[in-house]
Structures are given as C-alpha cells and as structure tokens.
Design a protein around this ligand. Structure first.
Ligand SMILES: [Zn+2]
Ligand SMILES: [Zn+2]
Length: 395
C-alpha cells in the first residue's frame, strides 16, 4: 500500500484500539474482527467485505514494528500542525524546494496537502501554497538571488556631517555586467530553462514518505542554463569593478552612525535585485564646534569685564555669525542658548546653539592695565564684594 494512503487512514480506529496498544492486543483484536467479517461467514455482505479488507491492511502495518513506526511518524507529521512546525521555510533544513514523494508521478500533491491542511492545525496552504499549489510538473521560475549588502566607511568633516553633503564614494564590488545587462548570456542570446530541474533550481530526493530537495547540479541552483555565456562576466551576470557612486549624506549624522543606501549594494546574480549599501560615517572633530545631540556647542573666551559689565559677542554658527548678548553680571562658564541655530534635525528644524563663556586671564598684566586693576581691586574690597562669600569651602 502506498504510504500516502496512511495520511487518510486511521488504522487504530479501524481496529478500535488506542494508538499505544501493544502488538499482542492488535493481533488479538484483528484476529477477532477478521473472523467476524470473513467472507465465508458473511457471504455477499459488502460492508463486511470492506471491513475485512480494512482490518487486514491495518493489521499488516501495525503488527510490524518498523512499519508501525513509519506509519505513526507519517500521520504525526501531517496531522496536528506538526508538519508546519518541522518544515517551516527558512529553518535551514528546508531548501525551499520541497517536493512530492513517489517517483511514479501519480501523487497529487495538491490533494494531499489540501487534505492535510484541513485536518491539521497549521494552514499548510499558506505556508506552501506557492510551491504545492501548482503541482510538481509545472516549472517554477527560480527565485532570483538578491545581491549581498555591502559595508563601507567614510570620513566627514564636522561641518559636512552636520550640514549634510553629497559626495562621491568609490566602491570595489560585484556590479551588474554592463555587457549582458546582468543576464549572463551573450548579447543576442538568452538563458534557457534548466531541463534537469524544470527551472526550479532544486531536485527532489525521496526519503521515507517525504521528498527532500537539493540544489540542481546542472544549473547550480539557478534554474536556467546559459549556452553562450557573456564574454565579460562568463555567465555570472555580474562583474567586480570599481565604481563611483554619488552618495547623499543627510544633515545631522553623528560619528559612528550607519547609513543605509537602498539598492546600492552588490549586484544580484543574473539580474536579481541589488543588495543595500551601508556606510558607516566617521566624523572628524571640529576646532570650534562640538555637538550635544541636535544642539551645536561652542566655547567663547571672554574677559572678566565683559562678564561683569555685559557685552554682545559675535559667535560663529553653521550659517554665518550671530550676535549673542551677554548680560551684565554673567558668571564664568555660563551657557547661553541661541534658539534654532544648532544642527539640522531629521524631521526639519534645527537644534539650538549653546554658547559657553569662559574667562581668559591676561598672563602678564603690566603698566596701565595692571595699575587700573589694582585700583579696581581696592575699590572692589571697598564695595563689599567677597568672591568667596557663601562658599561652602569656608571654614
Ligand atoms: Zn555579462
Ligand atoms: Zn537545474
């Protein structure tokens, strides 16, 4: 009996025993049922005749431990969703080309899997519809192999990173062959469907109740044969070359950030889609500016009197200079915020400019300035100002 019938037949139910019944019990029950329904005993009884055959089938399989094991395994895989779990696409052991068992070609995969899908918990139609729905005979176009993603790095100046930049990037990688436009076939010819695998790229191998697939050796899994390979790429459809692509680095990228450029990666085999290009950005530090997220930071040296008396500073930004008002009595190290003059944000707008004022002390004060400052010191003491008043370091 063909194994595929096992999927539809419940031998335990036929005998009326549990699935863990012992061989002795099965033999005993089968013997009794066979005797009851024997044609000699019930001549002309069609139902009894059918039952007699069914019991015979069931007994033959179940009393043979090896057959019974195989039967149980087959039923377990098809029923209750076990099939879907064990052979879910992409789990590695399943090459994407699962095919029917039986070399005689009489197995109707559509029926078989349709029935299993209804009885089992898993929706096999969903999982394998694309493969089984069309049956085993029809050629299936091989799935194009997408090109690999590529990684590269680039160094940007601080200003390029913050403002964004369009730049050429040199890449050495497989790219679509320009001679054959990626088909791999000499211009004027075209690849033909592989006769060995019917274009599927895989051939099935029988193992127990199931067929497993392995890549077709004739076409190396591509599903097509190139009789006259392209002279440039020797049939690969891609060729390693150095190309320069123009890359648009968006404004506001930070040091170490990875940017994805869709479709700029390695060319796919024989015209399949290209992979993506990932560019890791290194940003050179700037002498003037720093960054705190979207905020642009800058430190401005000032004189003591500028903080004490107040002033307006001319501060550089990404776009020209801006006048920053320093109020009278500003402390050293204070951060002044200028709204909207920072780093461009991804969703529009800008961060802020953060200006830190830092007192520069004259290293060698002499003459008039020194005298004036000494006079000031006297006046400061007289005014009652004590820089360490209220300081927690006082003891
Ligand atoms: Zn070519
Ligand atoms: Zn093939």
């Amino acid at each position: 009996m063909a194994q595929r019938e096992w999927v539809e037949k419940d031998f335990y139910k036929v005998l009326g025993v549990s699935s863990d019944a012992s061989t002795e019990e099965i033999k005993r029950v089968a013997k009794k049922l066979l005797a009851e329904n024997h044609p000699d005993r019930k001549p002309g009884d069609a139902a009894a005749d059918e039952k007699y055959k069914e019991v015979g089938e069931a007994r033959d399989v179940l009393v043979d431990p090896a057959k019974r094991k195989e039967y149980d395994e087959t039923r377990r895989l098809f029923a209750g969703g076990g099939f879907g779990r064990r052979y879910a696409p992409g789990d590695g052991g399943f090459g994407g080309g699962f095919s029917g068992y039986g070399t005689d070609g009489e197995v109707n995969l559509g029926d078989l899997f349709g029935a299993a899908g209804q009885t089992g918990g898993a929706n096999i139609g969903d999982l394998f519809g694309g493969l089984f729905g069309r049956g085993a005979q029809q050629p299936r176009p091989s799935r194009p192999r997408r090109g690999n993603d590529l990684e590269t790095e680039t160094e940007l100046s601080f200003l390029e990173a913050t403002k964004g930049v369009a730049m050429p990037l040199r890449l050495t990688s497989p790219a679509p062959c320009t001679n054959c436009h990626g088909s791999g076939a000499r211009p004027g010819t075209s690849p033909r469907v592989c006769a060995n695998c019917n274009g599927a790229g895989v051939i099935s191998r029988n193992q127990g109740a199931f067929g497993f697939s392995e890549p077709c050796t004739e076409c190396r899994g591509t599903g097509s044969i190139i009789d006259e390979p392209c002279d440039e790429c020797h049939g690969e459809g891609k060729i390693t070359r150095t190309r320069t692509i123009n890359v648009r680095i968006p404004p506001g990228v930070e040091d170490g950030q990875r940017i994805r450029l869709a479709g700029q990666g390695e060319a796919g085999l024989r015209g399949a889609p290209s992979g993506d290009l990932y560019v890791t950005v290194h940003v050179r530090p700037d002498k003037v500016f720093g960054r705190d997220g979207d905020d642009l930071t800058v430190s401005v040296p000032v004189s003591f009197h500028e903080l004490a008396l107040g002033t307006t500073l001319s501060v550089p930004t990404l776009e020209g200079k801006v006048g920053v008002r320093v109020p009278k009595g500003t402390s050293d190290g204070r951060i002044l915020r200028v709204r909207g003059r920072g780093v461009p944000k991804r969703n529009g707008g800008h961060g802020d400019l953060l200006v830190t004022v830092k007192v520069a002390v004259p290293p060698n004060l002499e003459g008039e300035a020194a005298e004036a400052l000494e006079a000031y010191a006297k006046a400061e003491r007289a005014s009652g100002f004590d820089p360490r008043a209220g300081w927690s370091g006082n003891v």
